[in-house]
Design a protein around this ligand. Structure first.
Ligand SMILES: NC(=O)c1ccc[n+]([C@@H]2O[C@H](COP(=O)([O-])OP(=O)(O)OC[C@H]3O[C@@H](n4cnc5c(N)ncnc54)[C@H](O)[C@@H]3O)[C@@H](O)[C@H]2O)c1
Length: 336
């Protein structure tokens, strides 16, 4: 059995616990959980039949587990991930890998030194619509990729413990926390851009609340990426893309994934069954879809079924670095 120690029992911790329960047939079980909020730790411990700890560091030190899954506020990622790697555990680290520049190299150095198996929660690489797009792009099914737009918009995230998400020194703000999803996916799809432009819109304190990036590849391929999280409270979470290939346009919006062919009728690609379940902790996602897919891939990798080569730490670090480059180009996280 693969025993998981799950650290952070908030929004993502609840999601991951539900995924591991859905993946029980792989021989995985959450046997230890930790949260400084005792009621959150108790709830997940009861749900999973796990031992409850208060501090994540105590769980890493004491719990006899194979995997440490880190669903902590981002400013706590690096210290916990490094401690878990040094303890000889496989590590699943939520995205973004970390928030401070100096931590990027520290994480990579610890991975190199320990040889730990690490996957980062860059979940869009595992989200069915995006995974489909990656496949047809790589296969050249509709010809050359010409251009694309990716976006991720929401109202202010209100669920985080002690409001850490809204503190830029903890979360990196909307660019590092939310925009990184699409930045990472576009890098996965097309590689690092040759040219990067960025523009931000800010709140009254000068903090970035909306970011627009334009990437250039070769002579004539352009991609725009937009993220904003200060929409009015009733605005529903909205993420999607539209992409043009030589012989088709692919649209992912509220009506699902649609392919409009230059020759032929539009159709909805068959993405297979999504795993549906509820995370009742709160937040804006109810389907386990991409989270289930990424943790299935991770646990199979820990078992040795395949290399953990899709959402590597190296890739996640590169994506954070690119976001930081955009923030710089847009005038800094907080305009003075
Ligand atoms: N992949 C995604 O789509 C996605 C979505 C949301 C959040 N996230 C990421 O997941 C991570 C967690 O975010 P969240 O939304 O679950 O936050 P959250 O605030 O809901 O949960 C964090 C939990 O960690 C606990 N905690 C804080 N310090 C602790 C410590 N030292 N030891 C043990 N527990 C501690 C808090 O009490 C809280 O319950 C962040 O890095 C975030 O960016 C990813």
């Amino acid at each position: 059995m693969i025993r998981v120690g799950l650290i952070g029992c908030g929004f993502m911790g609840g999601m991951h616990a539900a995924c591991y329960q859905a993946l029980a047939e792989l021989g995985v079980k959450v046997t230890a959980v930790a949260d400084v909020r005792p009621e959150y730790a108790k709830k997940l411990a009861e749900q999973c039949g796990a031992q409850a700890y208060s501090l994540g560091m105590t769980l890493i030190e004491e719990a006899d587990v194979d995997v440490i899954d880190i669903c902590l506020p981002t400013q706590l990622h690096t210290a916990h991930a490094i401690a878990a790697m040094r303890k000889g555990r496989a590590v699943f680290l939520e995205k973004p890998a970390c928030v401070r520049d100096e931590e990027l190299d520290q994480l990579l150095a610890a991975e190199r030194e320990t040889g730990a198996k690490v996957q980062v929660g860059q979940v869009i690489r595992f989200w069915s619509e995006y995974r489909w797009l990656k496949q047809v792009c790589a296969a050249g099914t509709y010809g050359r990729f010409l251009c694309g737009e990716f976006h991720r918009l929401s109202s202010l995230p209100q669920w985080s413990s002690e409001g850490w998400l809204l503190r830029p020194e903890y979360s990196g703000g909307v660019a590092v926390d939310m925009h990184v999803h699409d930045v990472d996916f576009v890098r996965y799809l097309l590689g690092d851009p040759e040219r990067v432009q960025a523009q931000a819109s800010r709140d009254a304190n000068g903090l970035i609340q909306q970011i627009y990036a334009i990437y250039g590849y070769g002579n004539d391929v352009g991609v725009s990426i937009e993220a904003g999280w200060d929409y009015p409270a009733d605005y529903p979470f909205n993420a999607g893309f539209h992409v043009k290939f030589e012989r088709a346009a692919v649209i992912n919006d509220a009506s699902g994934l649609t392919v409009y062919l230059l020759e032929g009728k539009p159709f909805h690609p068959d993405l297979g069954e999504e795993f549906q379940a509820e995370n009742d902790i709160g937040g804006n996602v109810s389907s386990l879809g991409g989270y289930y897919n990424e943790l299935k891939f991770f646990i199979e990798g820990v078992r040795g079924d395949h290399p953990l080569d899709v959402a590597t730490l190296e890739e996640a670090v590169r994506s954070v670095r690119l976001v930081k480059k955009e923030i710089e180009a847009a005038g800094g996280l907080i305009a003075r």
